[in-house]
Design a protein around this ligand. Structure first.
Ligand code: GDP
Length: 458
């Protein structure tokens, strides 16, 4: 079972963006937050954290295991159920130094918390009834929005753009179902709880509302932008150089030292009208165990891979495959993959079948072929995968279409006077489908798919 379903664990994550900044935030949520804070936080004014009853900001210091000095820190504490997750929640706002934030994370884990999975805070908010599924997805869409139009759509979704009409629709159908079922209970007595004409007009009303929502959603889908392409490979194989060669400009840092791309770098390119977001990730480290910043970079890399529509798997043509590369090549990734041999200006030793595209960032050879392959793949990959608003739309579109079809069948049953039992079955089916949209009906699988695409700390 996924860890996401253990809301009794206290979880922690760095919630501020990667890299140095004036302020950094470490977020915690779970039943033992207050006990744990007693170990890691000292209040400046001697406030007893246990006695705090409502949302408060408490200035103080962090007590880090690894450090002698106690860095200044403001504690934002929601001790009860008024937080985002409806659990005791805290944020430690301190100096935004990556090393310091990592030390804070380690200290908090040492005191009994575990690292949060991607999207786990938002998943808890969903499970606690704070948000419905479309709103949870909208949280991610707001974070990911790349322009005012996407942000606007995401904010509308967060504000309940889709939820409100659907909730009303579900309530109407539930009332209708209650009346139908009451009629079924009294079928012997021949008592009619709803007449055929009213039943049909109610069904039609609901079907029309669904149709309207579907049309709205389709227009929303048209705002979706291109595909997300992620470059993956061992450190130093030439991913950043390739990104630069593709982009035709210096967008990533190129260095001789392995592991320069610690986080990820994106750049947008237009390939014959197809918008592509290229993502350069940290090289996958072979050292075991990978620790510290490298471990965080690895987490970011796997997260980027999960969110990609297309993977460009880079292999250095000047050396034999390593064990990790052999393993990767023998397995099928979930997203489409292009194999690319790099540094082919060297007299290469590696032969990798005819599917591999041979490139050299130094001479530019093979880059055109690679662009063509990306362009072709763009039409093969499911456009909706990389964009959150589109993903929500795709998920909901299926359910709404199914609900609409059920109601259409229900109307035919009414017209054919085939019996209220069959009408009720169709209405129940439509309700289930509408429930899936807002998350009133869900499966672990759906939740996993939605929340694993989030960033850690959100
Ligand atoms: P990354 O860490 O995997 O992103 O790899 P980089 O792009 O930083 O490249 C690693 C090293 O390989 C750098 O010294 C690059 O100059 C060199 N390199 C990358 N691509 C090529 C290439 O096509 N030809 C040659 N000769 N060297 C390359």
């Amino acid at each position: 079972m996924s860890r996401l379903y253990h809301p009794d664990d206290t979880i922690v994550a760095i919630a501020s963006p990667p890299g140095g900044a004036y302020r950094g935030v470490v977020r915690l949520s779970g039943p033992t937050v207050v006990t744990l804070l007693r170990e890691v936080f000292d209040s400046q004014a001697g406030t007893q954290i246990d006695q705090v009853r409502c949302a408060s900001v408490i200035p103080g210091y962090l007590r880090l295991r690894q450090w002698d000095a106690d860095p200044p820190c403001d504690l934002y504490l929601w001790p009860g159920t008024s937080s985002y997750t409806r659990q005791p929640t805290a944020e430690l706002h301190t100096v935004g130094s990556p090393a310091l934030l990592e030390a804070a994370l380690e200290t908090v884990c040492g005191a009994g918390a575990r690292l949060a999975e991607p999207g786990e805070f938002t998943m808890r908010a969903f499970l606690a009834g704070r948000l419905d599924l479309t709103q949870a997805e909208a949280v991610m869409a707001v974070i990911d929005a790349s322009g005012p139009q996407q942000l606007d759509t995401a904010l509308q979704q967060l504000a309940g753009g889709l939820t409100l009409p659907l909730t009303e629709l579900r309530e109407n159908l539930l009332n209708l179902l209650a009346r139908l079922e009451a009629g079924l209970d009294f079928v012997e007595e021949d008592i009619e709880f709803i007449g055929a004409a009213e039943l049909e007009s109610q069904l039609k009303l609901s079907a029309d509302r669904i149709q309207e929502t579907l049309l709205q959603m389709e227009s929303r889908l048209q705002t979706v932008e291109g595909i997300r392409v992620v470059l993956v490979g061992a450190p130093n194989v030439g991913k950043s150089s390739l990104l630069n060669a593709i982009a035709g400009k210096t967008a990533a840092i190129v260095s001789e030292a392995p592991g320069t791309t610690r986080d990820y770098i994106t750049c947008r390119v237009d390939i014959d009208g197809v918008a592509c977001e290229l993502v350069d990730t940290a090289g996958v480290e072979m050292a075991n165990p990978v620790r510290g910043t490298a471990a965080a970079a690895q987490q970011v890399t796997s997260q980027q891979r999960r969110r990609a529509n297309l993977q460009i798997f880079c292999i250095d043509s000047t050396r034999p495959l390593n064990a990790w590369e052999r393993g990767e090549l023998s397995s099928q990734p979930p997203e489409p993959r292009l194999l690319v041999l790099t540094k082919c200006d060297y007299p290469n030793v590696l032969q990798l079948g005819k599917d591999a595209i041979r490139t050299s960032s130094r001479t530019g050879s093979g880059v055109k072929e690679l662009l063509l392959a990306i362009y072709r793949s763009a039409f093969l990959v499911d456009d909706s995968l990389g964009n959150v608003v589109a993903t929500t739309a795709a998920r909901c579109h299926k359910s709404l279409t199914a609900a609409h079809e059920s109601l259409a069948r229900a109307m035919l049953e009414v017209q054919g006077a085939t019996g209220e039992e069959l009408v009720a079955t169709e209405v129940r089916f439509a309700l289930d489908e509408l429930g899936k949209v807002v998350g009133a009906v869900y499966t672990e699988d759906v939740l996993d798919r939605i929340f694993s695409r989030f960033c850690i700390g959100k």
